[in-house]
Design a protein around this ligand. Structure first.
Ligand SMILES: Cc1ncc(COP(=O)(O)O)c(C=O)c1O
Length: 365
């Protein structure tokens, strides 16, 4: 094939690599022939999907030939209720990644830039450079976002700021005060995206109150997802919250039926499955303490996390440890892409999953 076509690529795409998802259980079983594989690689919910969401699956057999509700009416009503905000402040997406992508497409182009922290969730770089814009990376502070210094990195060309709160893969978070004072400093013409994918896991008193910020700032876009606490990563639903004119702009460029019928229906029910949410938070808090202590006792350096995962470092190369753990039937995540070559990120699983991981890890250290 001639490479002429590749010469016309948008410049920012040249140094991007396809997003590397966690290895799947099927892949690892096929490669290593294990009977049992534990996947702690993608910050999924070890309790599985919301049982209430699962119970409605059969109802859809007769509707599968119909297009989804392009306005997401029922789901947006449930979100409005849950978040206590008007319907017009909500957009739903094929995962919250789609909302990030829509924001980049609406505001970024080759003459512009966005700002994100070093070690921040990689999708900010992907959506920025895919739009032809450049990413300004702010040095991290104790692995977290140094929001105080973000405004010093603003350039004339800056159109968007991405904040992962908590951040993946570090698990660090920023307080309400920190986010508020950044928003005060940023010109109201610059979009601030506050990515709260792990919102429900955070139990810190000073954590951000996104809806309070939304009432004060018209340049704020908050994103959340059904992939984590609700255990619905496979069906791809997320949402964005912002002032209605911003939502209207994002609606202009989204695909008409971006969230499928099944996903809308399951998410509508999962958001009200308070028992599943409660159990998921409880298991995560309990197992976080357990894993953090065990990893520390093994002499590994863990970054304190408020999410459902822990990044830790030891006397090893992350990618090698990842491969060695795969051979023992445990899937974790190397994070060299985040310039954290001697780290591994492990999702907090059930007690049994965590024990299997710890046993395998201990044998390898
Ligand atoms: C910080 C952060 N934001 C957004 C996402 C995207 O989630 P989804 O597209 O599944 O809603 C993830 C997924 O891992 C994440 O870690």
């Amino acid at each position: 094939m001639s490479s002429d076509i590749l010469n016309n690529l948008n410049p920012g795409i040249e140094d991007l690599h396809p997003y590397e998802p966690g290895r799947s259980i099927d892949e690892v079983v096929a490669e290593f022939g294990h009977n049992e594989v534990v996947k702690l690689a993608s910050n999924e919910n070890p309790l599985g999907a919301s049982p209430k969401a699962l119970s409605i699956l059969r109802e859809f057999e007769s509707d599968l030939h119909l297009y989804p509700d392009g306005n997401g009416t029922k789901l947006k009503k449930e979100i409005a209720n849950y978040e206590n905000i008007p319907f017009g402040n909500i957009i739903i997406g094929n995962g919250s990644n789609e909302i990030l992508e829509l924001a980049a497409r609406a505001f970024l182009n080759p003459n512009t830039s966005s700002i994100a922290s070093k070690h921040a969730f990689v999708v900010y770089k992907i959506v920025t450079q895919s739009a032809g814009a450049s990413l300004i990376e702010v040095p991290a502070c104790s692995w977290g976002h140094d929001l105080d210094s973000f405004s010093e990195h603003l350039e004339q060309s800056t159109r968007a700021i991405f904040i992962a709160n908590p951040n993946n893969p570090t698990g660090t978070y920023n307080s309400h005060k920190e986010v508020h004072s950044l928003l005060k400093k940023v010109p109201s013409s610059v979009l601030v995206v506050l990515d709260c994918a792990y919102f429900d896991y955070v139990t810190k008193e000073d954590y951000v109150k996104p809806i309070d910020l939304l009432r004060e700032f018209d340049n704020l876009l908050i994103t959340k997802t059904f992939s984590k606490i609700h255990g619905l990563a496979s069906i791809r639903v997320g949402y964005g919250l912002a002032n209605p004119s911003l939502i209207e702009v994002l609606n202009r460029i989204r695909q008409p039926f971006n969230v499928n019928t099944l996903a809308q229906a399951m998410a509508s029910v999962a958001i009200n499955d308070h028992e599943h949410i409660r159990q998921s938070i409880e298991l995560n808090s309990q197992q976080y303490e357990f894993l953090f202590d065990k990893l520390s006792q093994l002499g590994l350096e863990c970054i304190p996390s408020v999410g459902n995962f822990i990044a830790f470092k030891g006397d090893f190369i992350g990618k090698e440890m990842f491969n060695d753990l795969l051979k023992k039937g445990v899937i974790v995540r190397p994070v060299d892409l985040y310039d954290m070559k001697d780290f591994i990120r492990v999702t907090i699983g059930t007690e049994a999953e965590n024990l299997k991981f710890l046993t395998a890890l201990e044998e390898l250290l």
